[in-house]
Design a binder for this molecule. Structure first.
Ligand code: GTP
Ligand code: MG
Length: 470
């Protein structure tokens, strides 16, 4: 995500830092580089122009060239202006005061509407305590209804459909009524993908909107289409005024142009971002956190939230207390792996950590490796898990046989477990306070379970047992 922009800006700021005090020329040069970086990221040129002008004015007002640490100040200003560009504050949905909240999904063909409909239901249930239901109004492709039923079932949410023979407007009305009667408090209506030149389909969307009076019309935009997404948004807004945007496929979007331009060009906020095909890959959009990601500062807040959702509070506090005392056992380890799994794929977690080099961010994590580790740990007796020092040679052979692995694999796991424990103890002494599971200090330190498998030998010491390290 935002790789191009991130790299370019990092380069600019590194150049400034190496200079110490800055001349007016240095600052002008930096502004030029920022401008180019944004244009290369496919940000709308008008947006770029006004962005750079604002940053320039602020730098002059704040007398940056006289500052002690001018580079830092420039990063701060750019960060604040990026936040302002993407909208301030976080945009929740409009929830209905009386009766269920109705959400209408709109967007071009293949933008991600159907997948996102299910993701949104899951997110609203898990994070907002809602009881969602879905309505299938795409009657133009028979497979579309099956697709919604499949993803709906995967997230455990009912799907109302009437096949492909009925009029979509009627289905929408009927579906909303059925879902309301069944007690849903959020009803999300999936619609057919439109080619924006297709006036008939656009007209149908307008008719559905009129019939069900949604509290939220959300436009699903494929971020990989860059500036094109922004002009799509303008045209949709002219036809069916929408309330907010869901930006999809941000995981594959190396440039970020749509994310940076959409609010400023259309005046409509981005409400959610989708970062993957999996059904848990949808997040509320926070401009400030996105700016941090763009500037390579990670997104620790999202990470902590994910952790808080996955970890029971008592469990986490308990684990942290034990870590502080250096009492980390294989039982804790197992628990921790389970909790981490609830947070999503390791790759998505890694993307949120600050200061992770690109090579590591992009490695493919073999999630099966994690299952192998679990198998080994589960083959230990309760005593062994609680006191790893007990595990001598013959016990290692038994554990290996029990889990269907070589003794070396068991040896390696135990050795790395020991290293990790040491590392965590050190980190805890340093007052590090990150959710359990993050032996990290925001840098490359304490590794992460499941990462840096054999192929990626560049994880530093302290990688999680069985995986990281060399
Ligand atoms: N990588 C990635 N893929 C996504 C994301 N969101 C959706 N997709 C994929 O994009 C493709 C199209 O998604 P759909 O949900 O079927 O799109 P749609 O807008 O309903 O398509 P139509 O109904 O044909 O208009 C699918 O293969 C999805 O898995 C995302 O955030 N990241
Ligand atoms: Mg669809």
């Amino acid at each position: 995500m935002f790789d191009t922009l991130q790299e370019k800006l990092e380069g600019t700021f590194a150049g400034l830092r190496s200079k110490g005090k800055l001349t007016e020329d240095d600052i002008a040069g930096a502004l030029r580089e920022i401008r180019l970086a944004l244009l290369e990221a496919d940000v709308n040129f008008k947006v770029v122009k006004s962005f750079v002008a604002t940053v320039k004015d602020r730098l002059a007002d704040e007398k940056v060239h006289e500052a002690l640490q001018p580079a830092q100040q420039i990063v701060k200003v750019v960060n604040e202006e990026l936040v302002a560009l993407m909208g301030t504050g976080q945009s929740k949905l409009t929830f209905s005061q009386r009766g269920p909240t109705i959400v209408l999904m709109a967007g071009l063909q293949g933008s991600g509407k159907t997948t996102t409909t299910a993701k949104l239901a899951k997110l609203l249930r898990e994070q907002d305590g809602k009881t969602p239901a879905l309505v299938a109004c795409d009657v133009y492709r028979p497979a579309a209804i099956d697709q919604l039923k499949t993803v709906g079932a995967q997230v455990g949410v009912p799907v109302y459909e009437q096949g492909t023979d009925k009029d979509p407007v009627e289905i929408a009305k009927w579906g909303v009524q059925q879902a309301t009667d069944a007690g849903a408090d959020v009803i999300i209506v999936d619609t057919a993908g439109r080619l924006d030149i297709d006036e008939q389909l656009m007209g149908e969307l307008v008719a559905i909107k009129k019939a069900i009076k949604p509290h939220n019309v959300l436009l699903v935009l494929d971020s990989m289409t860059g500036q094109e997404a922004v002009s799509v948004a303008e045209r949709f807004d002219a036809a069916v005024a929408f309330d907010g945007v869901i930006l999809t496929k941000l995981d594959g979007d190396a440039r970020g142009g749509a994310a940076l331009s959409v609010k400023s060009v259309t005046g409509k906020p981005i409400k959610f971002v989708a970062l993957g095909e999996q059904l848990d890959a949808l997040e509320y959009f926070h401009p400030d956190r996105m700016a941090s990601r763009i500037l390579g500062m990670g997104d620790v807040l999202t990470l902590i939230e994910k952790a808080e959702q996955a970890f029971e509070e008592d469990e986490a506090a308990d684990l942290e207390a034990r870590l502080r005392k250096g009492q980390f056992t294989f039982d804790d380890f197992l628990k921790q792996m389970k909790m981490m799994r609830r947070m999503g794929s390791f790759k998505s977690i890694l993307a949120l950590l600050p200061g992770i080099p690109k090579e590591i961010r992009n490695i493919d994590v073999d999630e099966r490796q994690i299952a192998r580790i679990e198998a080994i740990v589960l083959s230990m007796t309760k005593e062994e898990r609680g006191n790893p020092d007990l595990i001598d040679g013959s016990r290692r052979r038994r554990i290996a046989a029990g889990s269907g692995h070589e003794v070396q694999a068991v040896n390696q796991l135990i050795k790395q477990f020991g290293e990790m424990k040491k590392m965590m103890k050190m980190m805890m002494k340093g007052g590090g306070k990150l959710p359990p599971g993050f032996g990290g200090d925001g840098g490359a330190g304490g590794g992460f379970p499941g990462l840096g498998g054999p192929g990626a030998g560049n994880m530093r010491a302290g990688g999680f047992p069985g995986l990281g390290g060399r």
